[in-house]
Ligand binder design. Structure first.
Ligand code: P6P
Length: 338
């Protein structure tokens, strides 16, 4: 049974035992966790809070913004800019970076986030979430720029997400394993409910949007066909499929019981590497998955080794149970060699 301690006690003990969490990073994590509580309150109001529906605007991705996308983004910006722990922030919902205003001290970290991932599920009451990634500021001058954010995922100082589902759960890594905290609504506090989370190396469950099958490349088609062939096919076992269309929900299931998640490159937009964003979706989720013993590649390379060239660049994502991700990656390698 996991010791039921608060997020603050967990962070203090991590700092004392492992020195993984400098004071500014501890403050950053606690501020983000508090902001997620604020977002959870708005999300949970639903129709009662006048927060559903479209905001009648588009983000840099060309996606229609939901009211809650904008509310969540503002909550995270306002919560983080005064504390002195951050130099700048980047968000899926903002074209360019948000530098901490001169009236506040700058810190040594940079925060990136998808403030509300899975927005298409908001109005139909299906789990959504906030994804965040923390980088260290690379130069020591005050002027932080977009280029400072273009760091490979392996340089992340921390990463996590908050899933707004039947429970509201914060999932976090600072590079020393993965811990999960459940929101105790009566006390309004995050309580440690899992630590040293491990992703099973094998699975019988895959997550992919099957409606895109005709657009996939041969490696993914072959992998999914083999899964669908079941126990009479080359895999020798039957598979189950899940697709929530909310990365946070699909990744949370995989961290909890294993599985493989695929959002691969497809022919619809061949010039783009995939649909999901590298810096504030794929990298933080890859950090969590790897810290839990799983694997995350773009079919060819470890995602956390990729050198970003643009703030909002996209990437193909295959992540989860190590042996399944390895199998997909081997299919890509065989097709490339063939
Ligand atoms: P599709 C949500 O919009 C998201 O970015 C991820 O959370 C999710 O995995 C994916 O897109 C769903 O995409 O094409 O199935 O709607």
């Amino acid at each position: 049974m996991t010791k039921r301690i608060s997020l603050t006690q967990y962070l203090v003990e991590q700092q004392r035992e492992h020195g993984h969490i400098p004071a500014q990073l501890r403050l950053l994590i606690e501020v983000v966790a508090r902001a997620c509580k604020r977002i959870a309150i708005s999300v949970n109001k639903g129709a009662l809070g006048e927060v559903l529906g479209s905001a009648n605007s588009e983000n840099v991705q060309g996606e229609v913004q939901k009211k809650l996308d904008i509310i969540s983004n503002e909550v995270l910006i306002e919560a983080n800019e005064w504390g002195g722990h951050l130099a700048a922030m980047a968000s899926e919902e903002m074209d360019s970076i948000h530098v901490v205003p001169n009236r506040y001290p700058q810190g040594e970290f940079m925060l990136l986030f998808d403030p509300l991932d899975g927005s298409s599920n908001i109005d139909v009451n299906v789990s959504i979430g906030t994804i965040f990634s923390v980088l260290r500021k690379v130069n020591n001058q005050r002027g932080v720029s977009e280029e400072d954010f273009l760091q490979p995922g392996k340089q992340q100082a921390a990463a996590g997400y908050c899933i707004y589902g039947p429970q509201t759960t914060l999932v976090l890594t600072v590079g020393d394993g993965v811990a999960m905290f459940t929101l105790d609504r009566e006390q309004g506090s995050w309580v440690l409910t899992e630590e040293n989370v491990r992703v099973p190396e094998d699975t019988k469950e895959f997550a992919i949007n099957m409606s895109n099958m005709r657009h996939w490349d041969d490696s993914v088609k072959r992998y999914i066909d083999d899964c669908l062939a079941g126990k009479d096919g080359p895999r020798g076992k039957d598979f189950n499929m899940r697709w929530v269309a909310s990365m946070v929900a699909d990744v949370h299931r995989i961290l909890t019981r294993g599985g493989v998640f695929l959002y691969p490159w497809d022919k619809r937009e061949p010039e783009k590497a995939g649909k999901l964003r590298l810096l504030y979706e794929a990298n933080p989720m890859s950090f969590l998955i790897e810290q839990a013993g799983g694997m995350s590649t773009n079919g060819h390379q470890r995602i956390m080794d990729l050198q970003p060239v643009r703030l909002h660049e996209r990437v193909s994502v295959i992540l989860g149970s190590r042996n399944e991700v390895q199998r997909v990656t081997d299919l890509y390698a065989a097709n490339k060699a063939g």
